[in-house]
Design a binder for this molecule. Structure first.
Ligand code: GDP
Length: 195
């Protein structure tokens, strides 16, 4: 997909601030520091629109980006961060749960997982939760450039089995560094949004 326009619209802390123009939405979920911002930037060919954050878990907002005036990316705060009070985790949970359950514009979620490591408990919970509520997902296994090609199948299998990926959800090998998987991911996004 050729992205000619990509703009940050709002960092929302509550539903009243979510965009009201009813465009289809794709949400992004992933552990803090997994490479979610880098993936978004690569998808839209911008160096730094989705800020690559060095403060894991700090941003408790949903960032909305309008792409080509046809869809939104809703970048959710990273999960699995250590060293935050229980109350913050609870607030995170409520916000994300509320968004995922009630947002009519939501077409699906890109869950970003680090290809190098086995899925974490938080990765497993997030995916299980999406499936429990019947939300379509695409799993992007990122940082593929960090391991050798020969190891990819083994690592993909570990992710597929670790989260219990259902056959209808694609698992896409991705690298924000090389751009690998970008077109395949866009294909998946278009399938979800009907664009
Ligand atoms: P976020 O917290 O999930 O948004 O993660 P960031 O996008 O800020 O990425 C965290 C770190 O991983 C940064 O240092 C990125 O440069 C690095 N990173 C992200 N994606 C990739 C990738 O595909 N390949 C490599 N080599 N590094 C990556």
């Amino acid at each position: 997909m050729k992205v000619t326009k990509a703009e940050w619209v709002i960092s929302a802390v509550k539903p009243a601030q979510y965009p009201a123009d009813a465009l289809p939405e794709i949400a992004l979920a992933g552990r803090s520091n997994v490479g979610k911002s880098s993936l978004i930037n690569r998808l839209i060919n911008r160096k730094n629109l989705a800020r690559t954050s060095s403060k894991p878990g700090k941003t408790q907002t949903i960032n909305f980006y309008r792409i080509n005036d046809i869809l939104y990316f809703a970048d959710m705060p990273g999960y699995g961060f250590a060293k935050v009070p229980k109350s913050v985790k609870a607030a995170w949970g409520r916000m994300i749960e509320g968004y995922l359950l009630h947002r009519r514009e939501l077409c699906g979620v890109i869950q970003v997982i680090d290809l190098r490591h086995p899925p974490t408990r938080d990765d497993q919970n997030m995916y299980a939760w999406l499936k429990h509520y019947g939300i379509p997902a695409i799993v992007a296994a990122t940082k593929a450039d960090k391991i050798s090609k020969g190891q990819w199948p083994k690592h993909l299998k570990r992710i597929r089995e670790g989260i219990g990926l259902v056959p209808e959800d694609p698992l896409i090998l991705f690298s924000a560094q090389t751009g690998q998987g970008k077109e395949e991911l866009w294909k998946g996004i278009r399938r979800l949004t009907g664009n």
